[in-house]
Design a protein around this ligand. Structure first.
Ligand code: NAD
Length: 362
């Protein structure tokens, strides 16, 4: 891969290649844009097929974090750590080495648990670095915040399409009854929504259904459910050329990352008259919750959740912007995020005199 060209094309600031001979650690740290503050993004441990694949993932994910953080209104830029390693082969030595490389950056990035790492792994890294977020004694598991942000986004989407945010009597089809999907089902059931749910794991789908009164359907049938909102809360790439013609919904709004298989799917959804709530906004609750750790006096759940509940309000602005500009909601959200970064960059152009020790002594 032509790394500098890839960096130039996507506006990346810095790529750092870290190697530790003792543990065999190979880790890439990608910093996309730190205009708004230090890079914030998780650490992923994956068995990539090649170095190029690992680099491409680090570039793509760190850029995504810039947009997610900028849009969420928090003072962090975008970064991502990618460990090129089989998650089954993790050792404490390897995790500690990863922690030392993060520490070396002295606060230029903050990171935490992502795919292929467990909360226990993060605690091992914490023996080497201060720059970790989402630890159990701080903001902890972000999934409840992610579910609340998704719920707030569904209300905003209903408002935009039907003129009322009330989920009562609306039919929501949830794909995935994991941490986020099952909590989302609870929140919507409390409002009197009608729910359909699925999960590859039957036990999870039925546990969520017995709590919320949802109807369970086989996972392969969820795209065909006639509903008001289809909410992908499982894996990425669920909106693709095969699933799109099957959708019978007015709204797609869910927590899963990278829902669009290709960028043109956003345009296709628009053409079909289906409102798409961009995933990086909908699932921003997790990151807003984490950012609260940096407030004076430390993390406070009520304050964090109040901010998470504002995600819907931000999303409404995206829907309006998309209509005004005649673009997809995805493009409108990116424009809003880019404008925030540009505004802060302009502000920082002011000249600030630094004290000159020799001048003071003269
Ligand atoms: P999870 O692993 O707890 O739950 C995902 C569930 O989806 C699992 O029960 C799994 O069996 C099921 N699943 C996988 N493929 C499926 C398919 N094809 N059909 C039906 N079910 C399927 O994960 P989670 O924490 O609930 O996160 C859900 C999504 O939201 C993920 O895409 C995640 O990246 C994203 N997200 C989560 C958070 C968070 O804080 N947990 C934050 C931001 C984004």
């Amino acid at each position: 891969m032509d790394i500098f060209r890839a960096m130039a094309e996507n506006g990346h600031e810095q790529m750092i290649f870290n190697y530790d001979a003792a543990s065999g650690l190979r880790m890439i740290i990608a910093l996309h844009d730190t205009t708004l503050g230090p890079g914030l993004g998780g650490m992923r441990n994956w068995r990539y097929q090649s170095e190029d694949e690992a680099i491409a993932d680090a570039l793509r994910l760190s850029r995504g974090m810039t947009y997610k953080n900028a849009f969420a209104g928090i003072d962090f830029g975008g970064s991502k750590c990618v460990i090129f390693n089989d998650p089954e082969q993790k050792s404490d030595l390897l995790l500690r080495a990863a922690g030392r490389f993060v520490e070396m950056l002295g606060g230029r990035i903050y990171t935490g648990e992502d795919v292929g790492l467990t909360p226990g792994d993060v605690e091992v890294m914490a023996r080497e670095t201060h720059y970790l977020v989402g630890r159990p004694h701080k903001s902890g598991d972000p999934s409840k915040a992610a579910a609340l942000g998704t719920y707030s986004s569904i209300r905003a989407s209903l408002q935009h399409v039907y003129g009322s945010p009330d989920p009562k009597g609306r039919h929501v089809a949830i794909q995935g009854a994991g941490n986020v999907g099952s909590e989302l089902a609870r929140l919507l059931a409390a409002d009197g929504a009608r729910l359909t749910i699925c999960d590859l794991r039957d036990d999870r789908a039925h546990a969520a259904a017995s709590e919320t009164g949802a109807q369970v359907v086989p996972s392969e049938a969820i795209h065909d459910v006639a509903c008001d909102v289809f909410s992908p809360c499982a894996l990425g790439l669920v909106l693709n050329a095969k699933t799109l013609p099957r959708l019978r919904t007015r709204i797609v709004c869910g927590s899963a990352n990278n829902q669009l298989a290709t960028p043109d799917i956003a345009e296709e959804l628009r053409r079909l008259g289906i409102l798409y709530a961009p995933d990086f906004i909908v699932n921003g609750g997790g990151i807003v919750n984490i950012a609260d750790e940096f407030e004076d006096g430390g993390y406070r759940r009520e304050r964090a959740f109040e901010r998470v509940a504002q995600i819907g309000r931000r999303l409404l602005a995206v829907f309006e912007r998309a209509q005004a500009d005649g673009v997809t909601t995805e493009v409108a959200a990116e424009r809003i995020a880019e404008e925030r970064i540009a505004a802060v960059a302009r502000q920082q152009r002011h000249f600030v005199p630094q004290p000159q020790p020799h001048a003071l002594n003269a």
